[in-house]
Design a protein around this ligand. Structure first.
Ligand SMILES: C[S@@+](CC[C@H](N)C(=O)[O-])C[C@H]1O[C@@H](n2cnc3c(N)ncnc32)[C@H](O)[C@@H]1O
Length: 291
C-alpha cells in the first residue's frame, strides 16, 4: 500500500510502468539500473571486497568530521538499491554524508542526529530550498519512540508512508566518543548496552522502511580488555533477528578513510606482535533487505 499518496506526482518511480512502455528497459523495483544494458555498469561493485585508495572530497564532501564514512559507499548503495527521488533514512546522520550524496544523485534524505550543534552546522551544507523539499534533518535520540514519530511525520510531509532505503552508521562502541549524552551510543557503560541500544535504532529503522527495500550497516570491530569485540557480526545478527534478510557481507579496506596512525604506527605493530592480535585494516558493510 506504500506510495499511494503521490503516485501521480512521480510516475518516474514506477519500475513496472517503465517496463511496459519501454521494451529496452528492464529494472528491478528498487533501482534504476537497466538490466538490458547490464554490461554498461562496470563502475558498480558486485564483489565482497572493496578497496578505495582515497576518500572522495569533491561535490560537497569534506573530511572535517572524525568518524564519517566515505561518500563512495553512498554512491554504490544509492545506485544499486534506490531509484531517483527515493527517500534515504539515516539514523546516525553525523556530518551528513548520506544527505549530500542524496542531493548529488537526485534522491531525498531524512537524517536523525543526536547532537543539536551538529544538526545546526550540517544544515548550512544545504540550500533553504533543499531543506524544504529534499533533506529533512531531525535532532533526536534514534533509539526513541519520539525519533520514530518525528521521522514518520516528515515522511508524510514528503508524501511517503515509508523510507525506501535505510543507512545505519553507528558509533563503533566507544572508539570515538561523540558526546557526553547518555543517549549517545558511543557513551554506553558496556558493549552489551551498546548492542541493545543499536537494536532499538535498527528496530525503528525496520518499521520505517518500505517492504522489499534495502538497508546498509557500516561498522568496524574494536578491541577491549585484550579481546576482539565483534561489533560488526553482533550488530548484523541483531538486525537479522529483527527480520532483515542479509544479502551481502562486504569487507572494506579502511586505508582511504582512516586518519593515519602516523608516528604511532610502530607502536601498534609492536603491540600486535607482543599481544597476538592484528591491526584492523578493514570495516564491514552489511546489506539487508526487508522482506
Ligand atoms: C559514526 S557517526 C556517523 C557519521 C556519518 N555517517 C557521516 O558520514 O558523517 C555516528 C553518529 O551517531 C550519532 N549518535 C550517537 N548516538 C545517537 C543516538 N542515540 N541517536 C542519534 N544519533 C546518535 C553521533 O553523534 C555521531 O554523529
Amino acid at each position: 500500500m506504500a506510495r499511494l499518496i503521490n503516485t501521480r506526482l512521480k510516475p518516474q518511480k514506477k519500475a513496472d510502468l517503465q517496463i511496459v512502455k519501454q521494451p529496452d528497459v528492464k529494472t528491478t523495483k528498487y533501482s534504476d539500473i537497466n538490466l538490458k544494458n547490464w554490461k554498461n555498469y562496470g563502475h558498480i561493485l558486485t564483489s565482497s571486497l572493496w578497496l578505495f585508495p582515497s576518500r572522495l572530497k569533491e561535490h560537497g564532501h569534506s573530511n572535517e568530521y572524525h568518524g564519517n564514512y566515505i561518500p563512495q559507499i553512498a554512491q554504490q548503495m544509492y545506485e544499486r538499491y534506490t531509484k531517483k527521488n527515493d527517500i534515504v533514512l539515516d539514523m546516525f546522520f553525523g556530518s551528513g554524508t548520506s544527505g549530500i550524496e542524496a542531493i548529488n544523485m537526485n534522491r531525498r534524505c531524512i537524517g536523525v542526529e543526536l547532537k543539536q550543534d551538529l544538526v545546526d552546522s550540517v544544515s548550512q551544507k544545504f540550500t533553504q530550498k533543499e531543506l524544504v523539499t529534499d533533506v529533512n534533518l531531525i535532532c533526536a535520540d534514534s533509539t526513541s519512540q519520539d525519533a520514530y514519530e518525528k521521522v514518520q511525520a516528515r515522511l508524510e510531509i514528503m508524501g511517503e508512508e515509508k523510507a525506501q532505503f535505510l543507512m545505519l552508521h553507528p558509533p563503533y562502541d566507544d572508539i570515538i566518543k561523540f558526546s557526553d549524552k547518555k543517549e549517545d551510543l558511543s557513551n554506553c557503560e558496556s558493549t552489551e548496552e551498546f548492542y541493545d541500544m543499536f537494536e532499538k535504532v535498527a528496530k525503528n529503522g525496520y518499521e520505517l522502511l518500505e517492504r522489499g527495500r534495502f538497508a546498509c550497516l557500516i561498522i568496524g570491530d574494536s578491541y577491549k580488555n585484550s579481546e576482539v569485540q565483534p561489533l560488526g557480526f553482533e550488530c548484523m545478527n541483531r538486525m537479522r533477528k529483527l527480520g532483515f534478510v542479509l544479502k551481502s557481507t562486504i569487507v572494506k579496506d579502511i586505508q582511504g578513510n582512516e586518519r593515519g596512525k602516523g608516528r604511532t604506527a610502530n607502536l601498534w605493530r609492536y603491540r600486535a606482535l607482543a599481544g597476538g592480535f592484528s591491526i584492523f585494516n578493514h570495516e564491514y558493510i552489511f546489506v539487508f533487505q526487508k522482506p
